[in-house]
Design a protein around this ligand. Sequence first.
Ligand SMILES: Nc1nc2c(ncn2[C@@H]2O[C@H](COP(=O)(O)OP(=O)(O)OP(=O)(O)O)[C@@H](O)[C@H]2O)c(=O)[nH]1
Ligand SMILES: [Mg+2]
Length: 459
Amino acid sequence: MGIQDTIAAIATPPGVGGIGIIRVSGPKAGEIGRLLFRPAKEPCPFATHHLYYGDLVSPETGNMLDEVLITLMRGPRSFTGEDVLEIHCHGGPVILRSVLESVLRAGARPADPGEFTRRAFLNNRLDLSQAEAVADLIMVKTRRGLDACLAQLKGRLSEKIHSLRESLMEIIVLLEADVDFPDEDLDILPVPRIAVMMESAAAEIKVILGTYDDGRIFREGLKTVIAGRPNVGKSSLLNRLLGEERAIVTPIPGTTRDFIEEAVHIEGLPVRLTDTAGIRDTGNIIEQKGVERVWEKLSGADAVILLLDGSEELSGEDRALLESVEKKKCIVAINKSDLPPRMTEEDVAKMMPGVRPIRISAKYGDGMAQLKEKILDLAGRERSSSENDVVIGSLRYKTAFEKAAELILKASESLLSGFSPEFAALDIKEALRHLEEIVGETTSEDLLDRIFSAFCIGK
Ligand SMILES: Nc1nc2c(ncn2[C@@H]2O[C@H](COP(=O)(O)OP(=O)(O)OP(=O)(O)O)[C@@H](O)[C@H]2O)c(=O)[nH]1
Ligand SMILES: [Mg+2]
């Protein structure tokens, strides 16, 4: 498999722009540059990390392709660690395509998705967690998500893994000293001390795991489901929060039958809103199917906005819903505050002690600021971590950390119950392997393929 070959791709997004960049990486990068580029001023030594101005021409026909700026960054001081050529063209799709074709004819091959970053990883310019941060960085949707990605790119997660690794190595050395010299009656195995070391490593991992919910929400958005009886104004609320008439609103109960999902930002927090079918017992089979699926949605939600119609009395169906929704992720909103009230906050509080409902009018927009505040609170705004902290948002990291913590605790238990330290050492080594997988030190080709194929081409 040739890391020896030279790859090329358009690195800027499709469409029209001020400039568009073709990126080339590999041993032929310099040669390709020299073949296609006609400098405006001689001499043009192609000094590394310098920008040169001139024309790009097709070597076969001599025809001009574009007027460009070109730079060669010699390895290993480049993104991939190889020689990297960047051609800054005018940002038109036809120009970029024709320049890329010439580059390919001059000896490069098209890059696979994520291949530049993969090479950076293989050449030790980045570890795997940093490589993934590159992919996340360009997709990130919020300022705080960006901070977390930048911290990861700068190696905060990697540092954490390395310090955990040091601790685990130390434990292994202590455990194996006993295995290696069992006859030397040194009585050196300080079981309680090792157990403390193990527990503190596990505790450190637990702290990192505790950031997953935050991290995931800032990567994927807060999954928020609007639920309630038919006709309470769920679709009106979705439209209000979106600022457009997305869902159909009618006075007929049972209007919404399927989910409507839309994304909004609330003060930088990405929120994935789902409008659902009104929950009620119904003989209509289509509507009933919709209602069944609402319950599934509710159990998978990060937040539920339970909507009530304040112009009516609290009904049996409302009560059933109030009882069944998980309190800690629920915001109760009494809608239609513009109409004469027939439901009080106390009625609701009786059903759900500790919950303070808010009054809103989806139709006229009253109470929206308060509702947004509540959503932000649920997302754990006050828990917000500093940009230097490690925040993990990826399921891959979460799983690896969980397995490592489990194995460390298992090792500590076995040691404390008097089993041979050999067993504990095996568990700790396995835990180490899971941690190393995060930074890509013990990662299978398969996993690498999966991770990098999710990148875009040119990254
Ligand atoms: N006065 C008043 N009417 C409202 C308000 N919100 C919604 N409505 C009206 O209530 C009716 C039902 O609104 P929808 O948004 O369709 O209600 P829904 O909960 O989505 O209903 P289903 O899809 O049938 O479950 C419509 O006639 C809305 O105009 C409000 O704040 N004040
Ligand atoms: Mg509706």
